[in-house]
Design a protein around this ligand. Sequence first.
Ligand code: ATP
Ligand code: MG
Length: 251
Amino acid sequence: MSDIEIPESHPRYQSLLTRHRIEEGVEKGITSRQGLIAQGRGEAFDYLLGERTIPSADEAARAAAAHLLLADRPVISVNGNVAALCPGEIVDLAAAVDADIEVNLFNRTDERMRAIADHLRDHGADEVKGLTADGRIPGIDHERAKVDADGIGSADVVVVPLEDGDRAEALGAMDKVEIVVDLNPMSRSARVATVPIVDNIMRAVPNIAAHARDLRDAGATREELEAIVAEFDAAEALEAAERAIRSGSDE
Ligand code: ATP
Ligand code: MG
């Protein structure tokens, strides 16, 4: 048994655990009610993918790890769904690649910003950015544009799991390397990403961290990391994911 009263052998265990965490996130004021809808949409795609990391998503996670290791100022953006689903895994990824964590909400309220920052600290984060909000993403309306100037504002690589399409587009226009985790390969967020990872964040975040540690332990040089980055083809990864969803096979 884990944090819910369902045996791990239950065929829907992962999915039920995920729902439970999102529900709890809403109760704690971390996740918005809109987040429940986003979760439902994600689940449908995950079901069609077979609730597994497809090979192209694993390659994308490795390319993401290489980008993060090469970065000068990597930042991981966290919203209410991400905080509810995998707070400890986010803190671990930040440690693995020496990245900052920034709370970044579509429906921003001070209360929810603080609840998420506290929740991340409870899971081991030392510093959580996003509350200063002294920077702006150009091209989107005021409330949704708020970021920390020394966080996402000046980051060279950003990880944005489940980002809204508009903001993903605006961040991309700021010349940042954008790593998007999104189960829908047709979502605008996935389409504008430098590296789209079509996978559940509960699998993708620990997978990026594992790749980063493997690359570092293997002593990968800058040149080797740059080669991994250069070899990755975002359009091909999206096509492979769409094929897997439509046909149920990786071929
Ligand atoms: P678009 O990107 O086309 O503008 P949208 O961003 O408005 O669409 P939403 O439903 O608001 O669409 O966004 C939620 C996105 O997050 C969906 O694409 C959904 O597949 C994805 N998603 C939800 N839960 C998860 C999860 N646990 N892991 C990965 N992706 C998820
Ligand atoms: Mg989207």
